[in-house]
Design a protein around this ligand. Structure first.
Ligand SMILES: *Cc1c(COP(=O)(O)O)cnc(C)c1O
Length: 413
């Protein structure tokens, strides 16, 4: 029953989130399953940019900083993203690239634990994170130790009393595995260290609760599940209890306690404002702010519920492809499709925003899927990633994707 297209069409008809699809400019005839890399264009964004240019920048020039709320945009948008990650207001700021926010967060975290000599970093993390962690370690004279998230407890024990900061990704960008943020944060705290979480693949996809989990610092990009557009500014969260001691290496006059006094030395603002730098990328910031509307209206919890349901539907249909379809890799059925291994843990509490499959020749399969109207991506050598975002992907899309996948596997075998 659940394996039919009729079932999928009925699910869509009953789905309270199905109306959010029209809030995005999705190309006709293309199923967008690549939202874990670049979220689709929200309909509200072109108008917001048009207004910012024609009604703010154009006619009001410099007055727009205060008349149109540009000055407050980094913290206003920060508070909105904060709500999506379980942060009370006044702890999140938006601006700069993910690289800069990571550099700022990791350096400030290490500076919160002077005398501790080891920086622990997630070995499976995104390259930007790993490169930045190595750079911060060189700069501060720390020893960098890279371990997979599963090895953090053991590494904290091995370097007992020496680990100052730990940088981890909440969701593995390759495998889609979701880690237990509250539990790992508690382990990190028990070792006297500070936890910095990269939420790039989690914000807007899974209900992280940074305040409740006791997270110290967090960063994330704005262009994946937040749909802020290519190169959208990134966010930085710092728990209020750290604000007074937060010594951020990248500073600017917008983060000064008295920005317009143009003083000789930097005196950080009281709260999260100290994490502001110089003049922010206002147009990109306003695009990101407008992009948040559908996600806020739907709610992360509801989007997550539907994403998991779409994942269940997908995994069920995949099983129907044949005996070799799930679990251990092996030959597919006689005359059937080649084996597909599901890499992402299938338990809902361990599944992030996307599903990752291991298929031979993943890049070719991804290209064959695109020819059949399904946009995915491949990570070499054999991983295929599919992001079933409940905000704009439908049950019918999932059914059609599995049909396309069967064809793509046949033509690429
Ligand atoms: C996407 C992503 C980033 C973004 O990195 P850029 O260098 O801004 O492209 C950083 N960290 C993680 C874990 C990511 O998934």
């Amino acid at each position: 029953m659940e394996s039919t297209r009729e079932w999928a069409v009925r699910q869509d008809a009953d789905d309270p989130l199905s109306s959010f699809r029209k809030e995005f400019e999705l190309p006709e005839g293309l199923i967008q399953l690549n939202g874990n890399s670049l979220g689709p264009l929200p309909r509200a964004v072109p108008g917001a940019l048009e207004r910012a240019m024609r009604h703010q920048w154009g006619p009001r020039l410099i007055r727009a900083w205060f008349e149109d709320g540009w000055w407050e945009a980094p913290v206003r948008t920060g508070d909105r993203i904060g709500r999506l990650i379980g942060a009370a207001p006044g702890q999140t700021v938006v601006g700069e690239s993910t690289s800069v926010q990571l550099f700022n967060a990791v350096t400030a975290a290490a500076r919160l634990r002077p005398g501790r000599t080891v920086l622990l970093s997630d070995a499976a993390n995104f390259p930007t994170d790993r490169y930045l962690a190595a750079s911060v370690a060189r700069l501060l004279g720390l020893r960098l130790t890279e371990v997979p998230p599963g090895g953090i407890g053991e590494a904290l024990e091995r370097h007992r009393g020496r680990v100052g900061a730990v940088l981890c990704g909440a969701v593995d960008f390759r495998t889609g595995e979701l880690f237990d943020v509250p539990r790992l944060t508690a382990e990190i705290h028990a070792a006297g260290a500070v936890a910095v979480w990269d939420l790039s693949h989690a914000a807007g996809a899974v209900p992280v609760e940074v305040d409740a989990a006791g997270v110290d610092l967090a960063v994330g990009c704005g262009y994946k599940y937040l749909c802020g557009g290519p190169g959208a500014p990134a966010f930085l969260y710092a728990a209020a209890r750290h604000h007074g001691a937060l010594d951020l290496p990248v500073t600017g006059w917008h983060g000064h306690a008295r920005p317009f006094a143009m003083e000789d030395t930097f005196v950080p603002a009281e709260g999260i404002e100290r994490a502001r730098t110089g003049t922010p990328h206002i147009l990109s910031l306003l695009a990101l702010e407008a992009a948040l509307e559908p996600l806020e209206a739907a709610g992360v919890a509801a989007v997550r519920r539907k994403s998991l349901a779409l994942g269940d539907q997908f995994l069920g249909l995949l099983r129907d492809l044949g005996p070799g379809a799930e679990g251990a890799p092996g030959p597919g059925p006689e005359g059937g499709v080649p084996a597909v291994e599901v890499v992402t843990p299938t338990a809902p509490e361990r599944r992030g925003g996307h599903l990752t499959l291991r298929v031979p020749g993943a890049a070719g399969v991804s290209a064959a899927l695109l020819e059949r109207g399904v946009l995915t991506d491949a990570r070499p050598p054999s991983l295929l990633r599919l992001c079933l975002n409940g905000l704009y992907v439908s049950y019918t899309d999932v059914f059609d994707t599995v049909t396309a996948l069967r064809d793509a596997l046949e033509v690429t075998r």
